[in-house]
Design a protein around this ligand. Structure first.
Ligand SMILES: Nc1ncnc2c1ncn2[C@@H]1O[C@H](COP(=O)(O)OP(=O)(O)OP(=O)(O)O)[C@@H](O)[C@H]1O
Ligand SMILES: [Mg+2]
Length: 342
């Protein structure tokens, strides 16, 4: 397998996830080329890029769903040759662009089953024989599920069926199923896609709280720039399978290649912001979001580039909470056509 490279993480602390030289081709299409990624323990790291940049393909490679070139480590363990379940056992959790849950199960049961899968002593045989190990595992699974419900702010949905939930709330339950596996890093593919505006606004504080409470690192693909800017410590930008920028969110949104390939029409806003002293910059999360929804294949990301402080008060925000209405205000198509996959 070769030697372990020098990671940027503190000496003696392996990154929660790392990859070197990841590449994959689909026929003649070079979907990913020589991608290097590193997620330090407990960090929230963003991935941005236009549609088709290779973001989801990168997640497929990291999580072992797609054979690829390069090497992948999870919590310091070289998982390059391991299948998805081996990588999950090493500590890598993944949520998908579309949450796939059983619609006729309750939230509690869904999280209980997810928790039980992770526990020793659970399983068909111990359960059929009603062994003490099975009953103890069931009790622990229920406890874990209830803790997750509390952590995720899902108390009001505990006994609701999955089909009764909004897309955003379903996605939170899906995230709970991933967290039930006690991962050291979670890959989140566009958690805000297709969910209501206020669910998106609740997502940032929720993800940060999850990270703070569990210590779990997050690698986050996101087109919603205010969300990402408010969360991520580092960002990688991809375009056409290539890594075109890496750095702090501010460095990346001001990177000329990122402006050219992704932020597009918002480049003028970025350039304008360059003239403003940093101290005058309005905090990303307090800024109104552009109303226009992208319709073309290339998304117009909702930008959070610094502009001069507006002399108005920001609108009061509700505390972070999962949408309780089941509303689906923002269709997935709002960011342009997407291919079904995964
Ligand atoms: N299984 C596949 N077979 C062939 N081509 C694929 C496959 N999966 C992805 N691709 C192609 O690889 C490229 C990268 O796709 P990918 O889904 O990773 O992009 P993305 O950055 O996630 O885009 P989006 O923002 O739309 O989700 C695209 O050109 C896509 O059409
Ligand atoms: Mg994708």
């Amino acid at each position: 397998m070769g030697s372990t490279p020098n990671f940027a993480s503190a000496p003696g602390t392996p990154p929660a996830a790392a990859a070197r030289g990841v590449g994959v081709s689909f026929g003649g299409l070079r979907a990913l080329d020589a991608i290097d990624i590193e997620v330090t323990p407990g960090a929230i790291v963003g991935i941005i890029g236009p549609n088709g940049a290779g973001k989801t393909t990168l997640f497929d490679c990291l999580s072992g769903f797609l054979p690829c070139e390069g090497r992948v480590w999870v919590a310091g363990k070289d998982v390059t040759g391991l299948p998805p379940h081996g990588r999950a056992a090493a500590g890598l959790g993944r949520s998908f662009q579309d949450a796939r849950l059983f619609h006729t199960m309750t939230v509690l049961d869904t999280l209980r089953v997810a928790s039980e899968l992770h526990l020793k002593g659970a399983g068909v045989l111990p359960s059929l024989l009603s062994l003490p190990s099975s009953r103890a595992a069931e009790r622990r699974a229920t406890e874990t599920a209830l803790e997750l419900i509390d952590l995720l702010g899902l108390g009001g949905f505990r006994d609701k069926l999955i089909r009764e939930l909004s897309t955003g709330t379903r996605r939170i339950v899906d995230l709970g199923c991933v967290l039930a596996q006690d991962p050291s890093v979670v890959l989140l593919d566009e958690p805000s896609s297709g969910i209501a505006q206020r669910e998106t606004e609740a997502l940032g504080p929720l993800l940060r709280r999850l990270r703070d409470r569990t210590g779990c690192a997050m690698l986050l693909i996101e087109h919603d720039m205010p969300l990402l800017m408010g969360l991520a410590e580092r960002v990688y930008a991809l375009e056409a399978g290539k890594q075109i920028a890496e750095g702090t969110p501010e460095e990346v949104v001001n990177h000329p290649e990122v402006i050219r390939s992704y932020l597009g029409a918002d480049a003028s806003a970025i350039n304008r912001s360059d003239a403003e002293p940093a101290a005058e910059a309005e905090p990303p999360r307090a800024r109104p979001r552009p109303q226009a929804k992208p319709t073309a294949r290339k998304p117009a990301p909702r930008t959070a580039v610094p502009r001069k402080a507006a002399p108005r008060k920001p609108a009061p925000r509700k505390p972070a909470a999962v949408d309780t209405t089941g509303a689906r205000a923002k269709p997935a198509s709002a960011r342009g056509p997407r291919k079904p996959k995964e």
